[in-house]
Design a protein around this ligand. Structure first.
Ligand code: GLA
Length: 381
Protein backbone atom coordinates (compact mmCIF):
# COMPACT_ATOMS: atom_id res chain seq x y z
CA UNK A 1 0.00 0.00 0.00
CA UNK A 2 1.20 3.42 -0.87
CA UNK A 3 0.98 5.43 2.34
CA UNK A 4 1.57 8.64 0.36
CA UNK A 5 -1.89 8.43 -1.23
CA UNK A 6 -3.46 7.70 2.15
CA UNK A 7 -1.71 10.71 3.71
CA UNK A 8 -2.76 12.87 0.79
CA UNK A 9 -6.39 11.87 1.31
CA UNK A 10 -6.13 12.69 5.00
CA UNK A 11 -4.81 16.15 4.11
CA UNK A 12 -7.70 16.63 1.68
CA UNK A 13 -10.25 15.89 4.41
CA UNK A 14 -8.69 17.39 7.50
CA UNK A 15 -6.24 20.03 6.19
CA UNK A 16 -3.25 18.69 8.11
CA UNK A 17 -0.94 15.68 8.14
CA UNK A 18 -2.04 12.58 10.08
CA UNK A 19 -0.14 11.81 13.29
CA UNK A 20 -0.31 8.04 12.86
CA UNK A 21 -0.73 5.46 10.16
CA UNK A 22 -1.72 2.02 11.41
CA UNK A 23 -2.55 -1.21 9.62
CA UNK A 24 -4.03 -4.63 10.31
CA UNK A 25 -3.89 -7.49 7.80
CA UNK A 26 -6.32 -10.10 6.50
CA UNK A 27 -5.31 -13.72 6.94
CA UNK A 28 -5.22 -17.02 5.14
CA UNK A 29 -5.67 -20.13 7.23
CA UNK A 30 -3.13 -22.81 6.30
CA UNK A 31 -4.88 -25.58 8.21
CA UNK A 32 -7.29 -26.02 11.13
CA UNK A 33 -10.71 -25.13 9.75
CA UNK A 34 -13.77 -24.70 12.00
CA UNK A 35 -11.63 -25.91 14.90
CA UNK A 36 -11.43 -22.51 16.64
CA UNK A 37 -14.93 -22.60 18.13
CA UNK A 38 -14.23 -26.16 19.29
CA UNK A 39 -11.36 -24.93 21.51
CA UNK A 40 -8.96 -26.51 18.99
CA UNK A 41 -5.85 -25.64 17.00
CA UNK A 42 -5.36 -23.41 13.95
CA UNK A 43 -2.44 -22.33 11.77
CA UNK A 44 -3.23 -19.06 9.98
CA UNK A 45 -0.83 -16.47 8.57
CA UNK A 46 -1.36 -12.76 7.96
CA UNK A 47 -1.35 -11.82 4.27
CA UNK A 48 0.03 -8.81 2.42
CA UNK A 49 -3.46 -7.30 2.12
CA UNK A 50 -4.68 -5.11 4.90
CA UNK A 51 -6.78 -2.24 6.22
CA UNK A 52 -4.93 1.06 6.82
CA UNK A 53 -6.07 3.97 8.94
CA UNK A 54 -4.41 7.40 8.95
CA UNK A 55 -5.45 9.38 12.01
CA UNK A 56 -4.91 12.29 14.30
CA UNK A 57 -6.22 12.15 17.88
CA UNK A 58 -8.78 14.77 18.91
CA UNK A 59 -9.10 16.56 22.21
CA UNK A 60 -12.68 15.37 22.63
CA UNK A 61 -14.51 12.05 22.38
CA UNK A 62 -15.70 12.36 18.78
CA UNK A 63 -14.65 9.98 16.02
CA UNK A 64 -14.83 11.16 12.44
CA UNK A 65 -13.79 8.55 9.89
CA UNK A 66 -13.91 8.56 6.12
CA UNK A 67 -13.94 5.27 4.19
CA UNK A 68 -11.99 6.00 1.01
CA UNK A 69 -13.18 2.80 -0.64
CA UNK A 70 -16.88 3.26 0.06
CA UNK A 71 -16.68 7.05 -0.24
CA UNK A 72 -18.76 7.61 2.86
CA UNK A 73 -18.19 9.19 6.28
CA UNK A 74 -19.16 8.19 9.75
CA UNK A 75 -19.14 10.44 12.78
CA UNK A 76 -20.10 9.49 16.32
CA UNK A 77 -19.37 10.29 19.96
CA UNK A 78 -17.60 7.73 22.15
CA UNK A 79 -19.72 8.73 25.11
CA UNK A 80 -22.90 7.94 23.23
CA UNK A 81 -22.52 4.81 21.08
CA UNK A 82 -25.66 3.62 19.41
CA UNK A 83 -26.10 0.69 17.03
CA UNK A 84 -26.79 1.47 13.41
CA UNK A 85 -26.02 -0.18 10.09
CA UNK A 86 -23.09 -0.44 7.70
CA UNK A 87 -19.29 -0.55 7.86
CA UNK A 88 -18.97 1.87 10.80
CA UNK A 89 -20.55 -0.75 13.10
CA UNK A 90 -17.19 -2.54 13.20
CA UNK A 91 -15.55 0.66 14.41
CA UNK A 92 -18.26 1.44 16.96
CA UNK A 93 -18.37 -2.17 18.17
CA UNK A 94 -14.63 -2.16 18.88
CA UNK A 95 -14.85 1.24 20.59
CA UNK A 96 -17.70 -0.05 22.74
CA UNK A 97 -15.82 -3.18 23.81
CA UNK A 98 -12.59 -1.27 24.53
CA UNK A 99 -14.45 1.19 26.75
CA UNK A 100 -16.38 -1.60 28.41
CA UNK A 101 -13.06 -3.26 29.27
CA UNK A 102 -11.91 -0.06 30.98
CA UNK A 103 -9.80 1.64 28.29
CA UNK A 104 -10.05 5.43 28.32
CA UNK A 105 -10.48 6.36 24.66
CA UNK A 106 -9.76 9.59 22.86
CA UNK A 107 -11.59 10.45 19.67
CA UNK A 108 -9.82 10.88 16.34
CA UNK A 109 -10.13 12.13 12.78
CA UNK A 110 -9.29 9.42 10.29
CA UNK A 111 -9.36 8.08 6.76
CA UNK A 112 -9.46 4.36 6.10
CA UNK A 113 -8.74 2.15 3.09
CA UNK A 114 -8.12 -1.52 2.47
CA UNK A 115 -7.45 -4.20 -0.12
CA UNK A 116 -8.64 -7.38 1.60
CA UNK A 117 -11.38 -8.74 -0.68
CA UNK A 118 -14.71 -8.83 1.15
CA UNK A 119 -16.59 -12.09 1.71
CA UNK A 120 -13.70 -14.11 0.27
CA UNK A 121 -12.74 -15.89 3.49
CA UNK A 122 -9.66 -13.71 4.06
CA UNK A 123 -11.02 -11.92 7.15
CA UNK A 124 -11.63 -8.42 5.91
CA UNK A 125 -13.81 -7.70 8.94
CA UNK A 126 -11.16 -8.80 11.44
CA UNK A 127 -8.72 -6.50 9.60
CA UNK A 128 -11.10 -3.54 10.08
CA UNK A 129 -11.61 -4.41 13.74
CA UNK A 130 -7.92 -4.77 14.56
CA UNK A 131 -6.94 -1.68 12.57
CA UNK A 132 -9.55 0.19 14.63
CA UNK A 133 -8.18 -1.20 17.90
CA UNK A 134 -4.65 -0.23 16.77
CA UNK A 135 -5.89 3.27 15.92
CA UNK A 136 -7.43 3.68 19.38
CA UNK A 137 -4.25 2.36 21.02
CA UNK A 138 -2.22 5.02 19.19
CA UNK A 139 -4.71 7.84 19.75
CA UNK A 140 -5.26 7.02 23.42
CA UNK A 141 -1.73 5.88 24.27
CA UNK A 142 -2.38 2.43 25.67
CA UNK A 143 -0.09 -0.59 25.31
CA UNK A 144 -0.86 -3.09 22.54
CA UNK A 145 -1.77 -6.46 24.00
CA UNK A 146 -2.50 -8.67 20.97
CA UNK A 147 -4.56 -11.48 22.59
CA UNK A 148 -6.57 -8.99 24.65
CA UNK A 149 -7.29 -6.86 21.57
CA UNK A 150 -8.22 -9.96 19.55
CA UNK A 151 -10.70 -11.07 22.22
CA UNK A 152 -12.33 -7.64 22.41
CA UNK A 153 -12.54 -7.43 18.61
CA UNK A 154 -14.16 -10.88 18.53
CA UNK A 155 -16.62 -9.70 21.19
CA UNK A 156 -17.42 -6.68 19.04
CA UNK A 157 -18.12 -8.96 16.08
CA UNK A 158 -20.20 -11.41 18.18
CA UNK A 159 -22.18 -8.91 20.20
CA UNK A 160 -22.26 -5.64 18.27
CA UNK A 161 -22.17 -6.82 14.65
CA UNK A 162 -23.96 -10.08 15.49
CA UNK A 163 -21.69 -12.60 13.74
CA UNK A 164 -20.93 -15.65 15.84
CA UNK A 165 -17.29 -16.18 14.73
CA UNK A 166 -14.47 -17.88 16.65
CA UNK A 167 -11.17 -16.29 17.70
CA UNK A 168 -8.87 -17.30 14.81
CA UNK A 169 -9.27 -14.31 12.48
CA UNK A 170 -8.84 -11.66 15.16
CA UNK A 171 -5.82 -13.43 16.68
CA UNK A 172 -4.20 -13.78 13.26
CA UNK A 173 -4.74 -10.11 12.44
CA UNK A 174 -3.56 -9.01 15.89
CA UNK A 175 -0.59 -11.27 16.54
CA UNK A 176 1.02 -12.64 13.34
CA UNK A 177 4.67 -11.94 12.46
CA UNK A 178 6.22 -11.32 9.10
CA UNK A 179 7.58 -14.58 7.66
CA UNK A 180 5.72 -16.82 10.12
CA UNK A 181 2.46 -18.68 10.50
CA UNK A 182 0.70 -18.52 13.86
CA UNK A 183 0.19 -21.80 15.68
CA UNK A 184 -2.65 -21.03 18.04
CA UNK A 185 -4.36 -22.98 20.78
CA UNK A 186 -7.84 -21.46 20.68
CA UNK A 187 -8.65 -22.58 24.24
CA UNK A 188 -5.73 -20.95 26.09
CA UNK A 189 -4.78 -18.48 23.32
CA UNK A 190 -1.20 -19.68 23.76
CA UNK A 191 0.56 -19.19 20.46
CA UNK A 192 3.85 -19.78 18.74
CA UNK A 193 5.26 -18.22 15.59
CA UNK A 194 6.04 -21.10 13.23
CA UNK A 195 8.52 -20.31 10.43
CA UNK A 196 7.30 -21.20 6.96
CA UNK A 197 9.34 -23.86 5.17
CA UNK A 198 11.91 -22.77 2.58
CA UNK A 199 11.31 -23.23 -1.12
CA UNK A 200 7.51 -23.06 -1.15
CA UNK A 201 4.97 -20.41 -2.05
CA UNK A 202 1.59 -20.01 -0.43
CA UNK A 203 -0.89 -19.26 -3.20
CA UNK A 204 -4.40 -17.93 -2.73
CA UNK A 205 -6.95 -19.11 -5.26
CA UNK A 206 -10.06 -16.96 -5.16
CA UNK A 207 -12.94 -18.81 -6.83
CA UNK A 208 -14.80 -15.49 -7.22
CA UNK A 209 -17.85 -17.17 -5.67
CA UNK A 210 -19.02 -15.54 -2.47
CA UNK A 211 -20.63 -17.22 0.46
CA UNK A 212 -24.39 -17.18 0.41
CA UNK A 213 -26.40 -18.23 3.43
CA UNK A 214 -23.26 -18.61 5.43
CA UNK A 215 -24.46 -17.39 8.80
CA UNK A 216 -27.18 -19.97 9.25
CA UNK A 217 -24.96 -22.79 7.93
CA UNK A 218 -22.07 -21.65 10.16
CA UNK A 219 -24.30 -21.56 13.24
CA UNK A 220 -25.76 -24.93 12.35
CA UNK A 221 -22.22 -26.41 12.24
CA UNK A 222 -21.46 -24.86 15.62
CA UNK A 223 -24.61 -26.36 17.14
CA UNK A 224 -23.82 -29.78 15.71
CA UNK A 225 -20.31 -29.62 17.18
CA UNK A 226 -21.74 -28.69 20.58
CA UNK A 227 -24.20 -31.55 20.38
CA UNK A 228 -21.34 -33.94 19.62
CA UNK A 229 -19.28 -32.59 22.54
CA UNK A 230 -22.22 -33.23 24.89
CA UNK A 231 -22.55 -36.75 23.55
CA UNK A 232 -18.87 -37.44 24.24
CA UNK A 233 -19.29 -35.83 27.68
CA UNK A 234 -16.55 -33.23 27.13
CA UNK A 235 -16.38 -29.45 27.25
CA UNK A 236 -15.46 -29.19 23.56
CA UNK A 237 -14.47 -31.55 20.72
CA UNK A 238 -10.87 -30.52 21.30
CA UNK A 239 -10.98 -32.95 24.22
CA UNK A 240 -11.61 -36.03 22.07
CA UNK A 241 -8.70 -37.82 20.38
CA UNK A 242 -8.94 -39.67 17.06
CA UNK A 243 -8.55 -42.99 18.92
CA UNK A 244 -11.35 -42.12 21.37
CA UNK A 245 -13.57 -41.07 18.50
CA UNK A 246 -13.06 -44.40 16.75
CA UNK A 247 -13.52 -46.45 19.90
CA UNK A 248 -16.65 -44.68 21.11
CA UNK A 249 -18.49 -44.39 17.85
CA UNK A 250 -18.31 -48.02 16.70
CA UNK A 251 -21.67 -48.88 18.25
CA UNK A 252 -23.10 -45.38 18.56
CA UNK A 253 -26.85 -45.34 18.09
CA UNK A 254 -28.22 -42.34 19.94
CA UNK A 255 -26.47 -39.74 17.78
CA UNK A 256 -27.09 -38.88 14.14
CA UNK A 257 -24.72 -39.81 11.31
CA UNK A 258 -24.46 -36.14 10.36
CA UNK A 259 -23.38 -35.02 13.83
CA UNK A 260 -20.81 -37.82 13.92
CA UNK A 261 -19.39 -36.69 10.57
CA UNK A 262 -19.09 -33.12 11.83
CA UNK A 263 -17.27 -34.37 14.92
CA UNK A 264 -14.95 -36.57 12.85
CA UNK A 265 -13.88 -33.54 10.82
CA UNK A 266 -13.06 -31.47 13.90
CA UNK A 267 -11.23 -34.27 15.68
CA UNK A 268 -9.13 -35.34 12.69
CA UNK A 269 -8.50 -31.70 11.71
CA UNK A 270 -7.05 -30.93 15.15
CA UNK A 271 -4.70 -33.90 14.72
CA UNK A 272 -3.72 -32.59 11.25
CA UNK A 273 -2.83 -29.16 12.64
CA UNK A 274 -0.57 -30.69 15.28
CA UNK A 275 1.14 -32.82 12.65
CA UNK A 276 1.40 -29.87 10.25
CA UNK A 277 3.35 -27.89 12.83
CA UNK A 278 5.77 -30.79 13.29
CA UNK A 279 6.33 -31.46 9.59
CA UNK A 280 6.76 -27.74 8.93
CA UNK A 281 9.51 -27.67 11.52
CA UNK A 282 11.16 -30.66 9.86
CA UNK A 283 10.83 -29.03 6.41
CA UNK A 284 8.71 -31.93 5.18
CA UNK A 285 6.65 -30.00 2.64
CA UNK A 286 5.49 -33.17 0.90
CA UNK A 287 3.67 -34.32 4.04
CA UNK A 288 2.39 -30.80 4.69
CA UNK A 289 0.77 -30.91 1.25
CA UNK A 290 -0.83 -34.27 2.02
CA UNK A 291 -2.32 -32.79 5.18
CA UNK A 292 -3.74 -29.89 3.15
CA UNK A 293 -5.37 -32.42 0.83
CA UNK A 294 -6.80 -34.51 3.66
CA UNK A 295 -8.19 -31.36 5.28
CA UNK A 296 -10.05 -30.45 2.10
CA UNK A 297 -11.52 -33.94 1.73
CA UNK A 298 -12.71 -33.80 5.33
CA UNK A 299 -14.28 -30.36 4.87
CA UNK A 300 -15.95 -31.54 1.68
CA UNK A 301 -17.26 -34.93 2.83
CA UNK A 302 -17.64 -34.71 6.60
CA UNK A 303 -18.13 -31.03 7.40
CA UNK A 304 -19.81 -30.26 4.06
CA UNK A 305 -18.78 -26.63 3.75
CA UNK A 306 -17.23 -26.60 0.27
CA UNK A 307 -19.09 -25.57 -2.87
CA UNK A 308 -18.60 -26.75 -6.45
CA UNK A 309 -16.29 -23.89 -7.34
CA UNK A 310 -13.99 -24.66 -4.40
CA UNK A 311 -13.86 -28.34 -5.34
CA UNK A 312 -13.08 -27.50 -8.98
CA UNK A 313 -10.41 -25.02 -7.91
CA UNK A 314 -8.73 -27.55 -5.65
CA UNK A 315 -8.77 -30.13 -8.46
CA UNK A 316 -7.22 -27.60 -10.90
CA UNK A 317 -4.50 -26.78 -8.39
CA UNK A 318 -3.64 -30.41 -7.70
CA UNK A 319 -3.37 -31.19 -11.43
CA UNK A 320 -0.24 -29.06 -11.51
CA UNK A 321 2.94 -31.03 -10.83
CA UNK A 322 4.36 -28.20 -8.76
CA UNK A 323 1.43 -28.35 -6.31
CA UNK A 324 2.17 -30.10 -3.03
CA UNK A 325 -1.38 -29.77 -1.71
CA UNK A 326 -4.51 -27.60 -1.86
CA UNK A 327 -7.59 -27.02 0.25
CA UNK A 328 -10.42 -24.59 0.82
CA UNK A 329 -9.68 -21.95 3.46
CA UNK A 330 -11.89 -19.91 5.81
CA UNK A 331 -15.52 -20.61 6.59
CA UNK A 332 -16.23 -22.15 3.16
CA UNK A 333 -19.39 -22.10 1.01
CA UNK A 334 -17.40 -19.99 -1.49
CA UNK A 335 -14.37 -17.73 -1.31
CA UNK A 336 -10.81 -18.98 -1.52
CA UNK A 337 -8.68 -22.08 -1.59
CA UNK A 338 -5.01 -22.13 -0.63
CA UNK A 339 -2.24 -24.12 -2.32
CA UNK A 340 1.27 -25.07 -1.35
CA UNK A 341 3.47 -24.81 -4.44
CA UNK A 342 7.18 -25.19 -5.24
CA UNK A 343 8.55 -21.67 -5.28
CA UNK A 344 10.33 -21.84 -8.63
CA UNK A 345 7.09 -22.86 -10.36
CA UNK A 346 4.79 -20.33 -8.66
CA UNK A 347 4.33 -18.09 -11.71
CA UNK A 348 3.57 -20.97 -14.09
CA UNK A 349 1.20 -22.38 -11.51
CA UNK A 350 -0.85 -19.19 -11.19
CA UNK A 351 -1.16 -18.90 -14.98
CA UNK A 352 -2.12 -22.53 -15.60
CA UNK A 353 -4.64 -22.74 -12.76
CA UNK A 354 -6.37 -19.53 -13.86
CA UNK A 355 -6.79 -21.04 -17.34
CA UNK A 356 -7.97 -24.49 -16.33
CA UNK A 357 -10.33 -23.05 -13.70
CA UNK A 358 -11.90 -20.81 -16.35
CA UNK A 359 -12.32 -23.80 -18.67
CA UNK A 360 -13.87 -26.04 -16.02
CA UNK A 361 -16.07 -23.57 -14.16
CA UNK A 362 -16.68 -20.74 -16.59
CA UNK A 363 -15.57 -18.33 -13.86
CA UNK A 364 -12.64 -15.91 -13.57
CA UNK A 365 -10.33 -16.66 -10.66
CA UNK A 366 -7.83 -14.37 -8.99
CA UNK A 367 -4.74 -16.33 -8.16
CA UNK A 368 -1.83 -14.77 -6.31
CA UNK A 369 1.23 -15.60 -4.30
CA UNK A 370 0.91 -14.22 -0.80
CA UNK A 371 3.57 -13.15 1.63
CA UNK A 372 3.39 -13.90 5.35
CA UNK A 373 3.02 -10.42 6.83
CA UNK A 374 3.08 -8.56 10.12
CA UNK A 375 -0.02 -8.40 12.34
CA UNK A 376 -1.59 -5.10 13.44
CA UNK A 377 1.09 -2.43 13.67
CA UNK A 378 1.92 1.26 13.59
CA UNK A 379 3.35 1.99 10.14
CA UNK A 380 4.22 5.65 10.76
CA UNK A 381 4.00 7.99 13.73
C1 GLA B 1 -14.60 -17.90 9.83
C2 GLA B 1 -14.67 -17.54 11.31
C3 GLA B 1 -13.51 -18.16 12.09
C4 GLA B 1 -13.39 -19.65 11.81
C5 GLA B 1 -13.42 -19.92 10.31
C6 GLA B 1 -13.44 -21.39 9.97
O1 GLA B 1 -13.48 -17.31 9.25
O2 GLA B 1 -14.65 -16.14 11.46
O3 GLA B 1 -13.66 -17.90 13.46
O4 GLA B 1 -14.39 -20.36 12.48
O5 GLA B 1 -14.54 -19.32 9.68
O6 GLA B 1 -12.24 -21.99 10.33
Amino acid sequence: MDTKTLKQSFVTYFNSNPEFIVQAPGRVNLIGEHTDYNDGFVLPMAIDRAVWIALTPRADSRVHIRSLDLETDSAFDLSYLKKGEGWAEYIKGVAYQLQNAGYQLRGFDAVMTGDVPRGAGLSSSAAVELATARAFASASGFVWDAPRMAKLAQKAENEWVGVNCGIMDQMASAACREGYALFLDCRSLEHRHAPLPEGISIIILDTSTRRGLVDSAYNERRNQCEEAARWFGVKALRDVSVQEFERETIKANNISEVVLKRARHIITENARVLEAVEVMKAGNTKRLGELFNASHESLRDDFEVTNEALNIMVTCAREQKSCLGARMTGAGFGGCAVALVNKENAQDFTRSVSTTYRQKSGLEASVYVCIASEGASVVES
